[in-house]
Design a protein around this ligand. Structure first.
Ligand code: GTP
Ligand code: MG
Length: 195
C-alpha cells in the first residue's frame, strides 16, 4: 500500500468540505505536538508531506492525504494546547464530533499518546468521544526514542489500565518513533490490512 503515491489532497474546515467517502480511511488524533504530522510523514516516507512543527496547534484543519487510490490518511487538529481561543476550540470540537461519528468509511482512529506522558485527562475526552461514536481506536505511543527501555513497561501498564474503561479500544498498543523508525512498518501493515 505505502509503495504507492502519497499526496496531500485537501484541508477541511467543515463537513461540507469532506472528500467523497470512496475509500478506506484512517485518522490520527492526539494532543497538540504529540507527533501526528511526523508520524504521517514517517508512514509515507515523505518528510515534508504533513507539516510538522514546534508550534503547538499548527494543524488546525482536518488534512486529507491519499495513499495510492485505496486509502485516505487523515491528520486531525491537535487538542489540549493551553493558548487556544475558546471559540476556536468549540468550533473544531463540533467538527471533530461530526467527523468521528458521521464518516462511513472511517475504519479506525489512531490515538497518539506521548510515551513519556501516557494517557492524560485531556486524552480521556477524545477516547470517550470514540466510544460514543462506536469508532474503533488504537493507541499509538509516540517518541519512544525519548524514553528508556526500562520505562516502557510502566507506560504500557498505565495505558492498558486506562483502556479497560473504553469499549471502542483495540487492545494492541503500537510503540513508535518517527525519528528512529520504530513501529512504522507495523503500523503500515495494520493500515494495509483494514478492509
Ligand atoms: P499539531 O499539528 O500541533 O497538533 O502537532 P503534531 O501532533 O502534528 O506534532 P508534530 O508532528 O508537528 O511534532 C511535534 C514535535 O515533536 C516536532 O518538533 C517533531 O519533530 C517532534 N517529534 C515528532 N515525532 C517524534 C519522534 O518520534 N521522536 C522525537 N524525538 N521527536 C518527535
Ligand atoms: Mg500536526
Amino acid at each position: 500500500l505505502f509503495a504507492g503515491e502519497t499526496e496531500f489532497l485537501k484541508g477541511v474546515v467543515a463537513m461540507s468540505g469532506l472528500p467523497p467517502a470512496d475509500r478506506i480511511e484512517v485518522c490520527f488524533a492526539g494532543r497538540s505536538n504529540v507527533g501526528k504530522s511526523s508520524l504521517i510523514n514517517a508512514l509515507t516516507g515523505r518528510k515534508g508531506l504533513a507539516r510538522a512543527s514546534n508550534t503547538p496547534g499548527r494543524t488546525q484543519e482536518i488534512n486529507f492525504f491519499t495513499v495510492g487510490t485505496s486509502h485516505y490518511l487523515v491528520d486531525l487538529p491537535g487538542y489540549g494546547y493551553a493558548n487556544a481561543p475558546v471559540a476556536i476550540v468549540a468550533k473544531w470540537q463540533k467538527l471533530l464530533k461530526q467527523y468521528l461519528s458521521g464518516r462511513q468509511t472511517l475504519r479506525r482512529a489512531f490515538v497518539l499518546i506521548d510515551a513519556r506522558h501516557g494517557i492524560k485527562p485531556v486524552d480521556e475526552e477524545i477516547l470517550s468521544l470514540m466510544d460514543s461514536s462506536a469508532l474503533t481506536f488504537q493507541v499509538v505511543l509516540t517518541k519512544t526514542d525519548k524514553i528508556k527501555t526500562s520505562e516502557r513497561e510502566a507506560v504500557l501498564a498505565q495505558v492498558r489500565a486506562a483502556l479497560v474503561k473504553h469499549p471502542a479500544a483495540f487492545p494492541e498498543i503500537v510503540l513508535t518513533s518517527s525519528e528512529k523508525g520504530e513501529g512504522i512498518a507495523t503500523l503500515r501493515a495494520i493500515i494495509a490490512t483494514l478492509v
